[in-house]
Design a protein around this ligand. Structure first.
Ligand code: PHE
Length: 491
């Protein structure tokens, strides 16, 4: 069979799908903590510099490459040099593994959407999360006990992702993004608006307005800003490249990239005003110091926020569900984007239909995610997250950077980008891609490797060894498997 190439039917479908891919858990629960621990208001300077200099620059590479080649990542790298195909499968395999645990976190959130209507987490959300949701245990035998609620919610999220990804591009990802993104915006505006009316809100939001200028001299703060942009814009995960390959002729690539980057950052900055205000309210009512409340990750969403809702009164029955629905919608639009690049490479190489590829990828993904629905699930998830994000993904991005900046003649890309855009790129962009970006990513990667070494217990080491072996073997297998698409090897 031959697949006709998918194409976005409107600019807004592309832009909203791109924003949906970028706006995710990272924006909601990672950014406020990064902002707070890196100087508050003054963090905006390295943050904005990172968006312009590095974030948009790299998105542009991905757009230009995807748009010019109109192929999947695996085939693009093969076209650039035959030897590079394994790098593509490596990146895609990392992205796929990230999806397997990202789905689990979105699944936890689904449980909290349900709980939030009745504040079902009770008086002690901390214990509830550990004992009643995760059924967390430290003993290795915990891997043999399945936690039914988590398993069911993981299944539901995989099912939703499958249902969207298997459909034709515009009817699936396009339509869902056009529905969920506006809803997400309305909900965030409602939450932020409400949070500003809370007593004590100013204790929170003034933290964003109070700059610590000395932080600007600290290299780690700059690295944190760059790290947030990489994570938040989902750089190097084959998403932008895949979505841009579906763009019709005449698309304004640079303009689109600027819109997407600013919407994503605008979302996280705006959202953090709400988070900070709500935490300010908690500080006022409970006396818990603000700095103890600004945690990140599941601790912020599933422990601190339920505690806040417990002290809030009747409004919490609306704000609570809205908060968890925001995470759910942001999470789903990211999951479908993570899967799309993976599915596209597989379906293009092996000439399998969109529907069948999505089915196979989601079934395998679900089977892997089952590990996270065991008593040891959250521990394993922590190791996956640290290893894949700090080490593997950054290594993949670094390789992509070197490939596109140094191996591929990317002067061609300048022409592609400037063809239809109002905003043009030139020499500065070239310098950034060739020199500044790889150096920054290299430092980020070194820092990531160092952070990942915090996990030194036997279980973490075993998981890392298994992941490393898998990350070597699977890319080789996928490269070696002969393509069914007879045009695949045309360069
Ligand atoms: N950018 C999205 C987020 O902030 C998606 C993402 C998923 C990024 C997984 C990195 C890893 O959540």
């Amino acid at each position: 069979m031959t697949e006709t190439k998918s194409e976005w039917n409107s600019r807004s479908a592309f832009i909203l799908a791109m924003i949906g891919s970028a706006v995710g858990l990272g924006n909601i629960w990672r950014f406020p903590n990064v902002l707070y621990s890196n100087g508050g208001g003054s963090f905006m300077i390295p943050y904005i510099v990172s968006i312009f200099l590095l974030g948009i620059s790299f998105v542009l590479v991905e757009y230009a490459v995807g748009f010019r080649f109109k192929r999947s990542l695996a085939r693009i790298l093969f076209t650039i040099s035959k030897k590079l195909e394994p790098v593509a499968w490596f990146v895609l395999f990392v992205v796929f593994l990230i999806t397997t645990y990202y789905v689990c976190v979105v699944g936890w959130d689904l449980i909290y959407v349900v709980l939030s209507f009745t504040k079902g987490w009770g008086a002690n959300p901390d214990l509830y999360f550990a004992n009643n949701v995760l059924h967390a245990t430290d003993s290795v035998s915990g891997i043999f006990t399945i936690v039914p609620n988590v398993l069911v919610s993981i299944f539901i999220i995989w099912f939703i992702a499958w249902f969207i990804n298997k459909r034709e591009l515009n009817n699936g990802i396009g339509k869902v993004s056009q529905i969920l993104l506006p809803l997400l915006c309305i909900m965030v505006v409602a939450i932020v608006g409400f949070s500003l009316t809370l007593p004590g809100a100013s204790i929170g939001y003034t933290q964003i307005l109070t700059p610590d200028w000395s932080a600007l001299g600290n290299a780690e703060v700059w690295l944190a800003a760059f790290g947030q942009i990489v994570f938040s814009l989902s750089l190097g995960m084959a998403i932008a490249m895949t979505y841009a390959s579906y763009l019709p002729k005449g698309s304004r690539l640079v303009d689109n990239a600027v819109i997407v980057a600013f919407s994503n950052s605008g979302f996280e900055v705006f959202n953090s005003i709400g988070i900070f205000s709500i935490l300010g309210f908690m500080t006022l009512t409970s006396g818990i110091p603000f700095n103890e409340l600004v945690t990140e990750g599941s601790g912020l969403a599933f422990v601190v926020f339920p505690q806040v809702f417990n002290t809030m009164g009747p409004a919490s029955y609306i704000i609570g569900p809205l908060f968890f629905l925001c995470i759910l919608f942001a999470g789903i639009t990211s999951v479908i984007a993570l899967l799309e690049g993976v599915c596209y490479s597989i379906s293009e190489k092996f000439l399998i239909s969109r529907e069948k590829t999505a089915t196979a990828v989601c079934i395998v993904g679900f089977c892997i995610s089952i590990i996270f629905a065991t008593g040891l699930g959250s521990t394993i998830l922590g190791v996956f997250d640290s290893y894949l994000n700090n080490f593997a993904l950054l290594l993949g991005i670094l390789l992509e950077c070197v490939i596109f900046g140094w191996i591929y003649k990317f002067d061609n890309l300048i022409e592609t980008l400037n063809e239809n855009s109002n905003i043009k790129v030139g020499r500065l962009w070239k310098i950034v891609i060739k020199y500044i970006l790889p150096i920054c990513i290299f430092f980020l990667w070194i820092q990531g490797v160092y952070n990942d070494l915090n996990f030194q217990d036997p279980l973490s080491i075993t998981i890392r060894v298994i992941l490393t072996v898998a990350l070597i073997i699977f890319p080789i297998i996928f490269t070696k498997l002969p393509a069914k698409n007879k045009h695949y090897y045309d360069v």
